[in-house]
Write a protein that binds this ligand. Sequence first.
Ligand code: ACO
Length: 329
Amino acid sequence: MSSFKPEMALDWVSDANETTIIRLVSGEDTTTIEKFINVDQGASLDNNEDTDVDIIEFHPAFTYPIFGELEKIFGKKIDDLETTSIVSLKADKVEEPMRSVLSEELIENPSSFSMQVAKDTRNFKPHGKKIHEYKLPQEQEAEDATFEIYENDFTDESFRKFHKRMQTFVLFYIEGGQFIDDTDEKWTVYTLYKKLNFGGAHIYSLVGFCTMYNYYHWPDKKRARISQFLILPPYQQHGHGSKLYFYIHNSVIANPDIVDLTVEDPNESFDDMRDKNDIKLLISTGDAEKIDRPLSYQETMKILSKYKFSKRQRTRVAELCLLRNLNKS
Ligand code: ACO
């Protein structure tokens, strides 16, 4: 008779979000890079102090598109069991589902990979056209980095390849996020990088990105729709999302071919960031003061029209202005 009890199975169930580790690695010391490729989570990551290797480690927020809705992985610790009955239970596949969401051009050999990291650290330059750069206030940015925003589309084959690697982050961090059709030239992709000076060279690291679709708007205009918006975890809550949104919004306002900026399925944190930035913009232009009772709905919408907000966002911003002015009086 088997001594296996169903609750024992829990010993081999791991949380897929916790066990999946993402590492951003840069540096030129290939021996150290290779050493850190396979270390366990969090292990000895501080030991790279004497080298130029920089490693940032974090976890996905979602892995259900890869490991299923429960985000659990059933393990392989069959040897630990006294009974043999568990052998009939199969461990979940890990590598296969993970590969299905990664670029097909994976570098599998650890030394080739570390050589590529070293090469990219020195030579990588962002694709696309630089549209903006900014710095964070000194007290928040010890490294004296510059942040740069680039605009890209899929007519650039080298960017399309790069995007194939980058897009996995969408599944990891945007609930309901899916890969977009990279053969469709109506996408605009904004990328945000941190740029550091290093021995006369510039080192770029990806901070976040946003994909935006340009729909046709009758008769000869476009309607911009933000589809995916993501700041990588180590860079969240530092104001980067606000900067990226602000410059995308501004480029839409400045583009006479685009009638408005809409957002596909915004979540609560995106809405929050957008509301705050939109109201800040209206305060800076003085329009927030003007949207006050007894201004008519038509007059309010007229003031807001130049900001090219979507219908829903126009209403939210008008309400925020009214509330703000109510609180002031
Ligand atoms: N120092 C400390 N905090 C700051 C600073 C700063 N310098 N600047 C801004 N903040 C605060 C803001 O005040 C805000 O806090 P509050 O909400 O308490 O006021 C908070 O940080 C967020 O503002 P940002 O830093 O500008 O936003 P962030 O860079 O974190 O980006 C985003 C927000 C995009 C939601 C990011 O967290 C993210 O990518 N999350 C995961 C993916 C996601 O949810 N994406 C949106 C999905 S919806 C869609 O794709 C359409």
